[in-house]
Design a protein around this ligand. Structure first.
Ligand SMILES: CC(C)(C)c1cc(CCc2ccccn2)cc(-c2ccc(S(=O)(=O)CCO)cc2)c1
Length: 241
């Protein structure tokens, strides 16, 4: 397995994110629930770093009809990013490190009165071989996409943008309920549990109240839009494990 210059950092971050799988009570550890929408629950912690609002965000969700690999594939795959990501203007893949790892540059639409933001980050999709078991449910497969800020010599930043720093993970697990009649596994047998975490440092001043109301509105919208997109995209396709 060829590694790249960011392999160490990536594996370290994956290890840290997988600790979330122990399904410790999301309401514990100072997480405050900010929204609930059906199966989706969104939590945040209030965190200010150097006067900037860097509230960690965690969302837990469970959706039918799709597998963990499908959810992670459409989240990672650069070619479909524009289909579901509505807050991004410019999106470029600067470098492809391997068949599941790219370095991306993107600018976000001006989401608030402050300056426009851009992000430069590594994005990698990894199958998790021996995930920590989760209570009595045995996952069929576990996949993670990890996005974290890196430097890159070829970044040609859009002038006027403030560089935001991101640390994001999407962890998905497929649970299968075998059909009673012993028939083939269909999409109706699937349940995909999702944990999404985002630590975003806006990189420069923005009003706390405005930021927090945007976070509260944008993350649930983004997660609903993305999960619906994957269900639509895969409904007539063979199951991807
Ligand atoms: C500071 C700024 C850079 C503008 C920013 C503000 C906010 C919080 C507000 C928000 C939440 C959800 C969607 C859009 N904006 C979120 C993000 C953000 C969200 C998601 C991801 S990703 O999951 O890696 C998918 C690839 O785009 C990356 C960055 C960035």
């Amino acid at each position: 397995k060829v590694t790249h210059e960011h392999s160490e950092a990536l594996n370290q971050r994956i290890k840290e994110h997988l600790a979330l799988l122990d399904h410790s009570d999301p309401d514990a550890n100072g997480w405050e629930q900010i929204t609930e929408d059906g199966e989706m629950k969104v939590y945040r912690k209030e965190l200010v770093q150097d006067g900037l609002i860097c509230d960690p965000l965690k969302a837990v969700h469970s959706v039918g009809l799709v597998t963990a690999k499908e959810m992670c594939h459409y989240f990672w795959f650069p070619d479909v990013r524009r289909d579901w990501e509505e807050t991004v203007d410019v999106f470029d893949v600067l470098e492809t490190l391997d068949e599941a790892t790219t370095i991306n540059y993107q600018t976000h639409k001006q989401v608030w009165p402050a300056a426009q933001r851009d992000c430069l980050y590594l994005s990698s999709m990894v199958k998790v071989d021996n995930p920590p078991s989760v209570g009595d449910k045995i996952p069929h497969d576990t996949w993670i996409v990890c996005n974290f800020s890196v430097d890159h010599p070829e970044a040609n930043p859009v002038s006027g943008c403030v560089r935001a720093l991101i640390e994001v993970a999407l962890i998905c697990q497929t649970f299968i309920t075998l059909p009673k009649d012993g028939g083939p596994i269909t999409r109706d047998c699937l349940q995909c549990d999702i944990i999404y975490v985002a630590n975003v440092n806006p990189g420069g001043w923005a009003p706390a109240s405005v930021l927090r109301s945007i976070y509260k509105r944008e993350y649930p919208k983004f997660l609903n839009r993305f999960t619906n997109y994957v269900q639509q995209k895969t409904k007539d396709l063979k199951l991807l494990f």
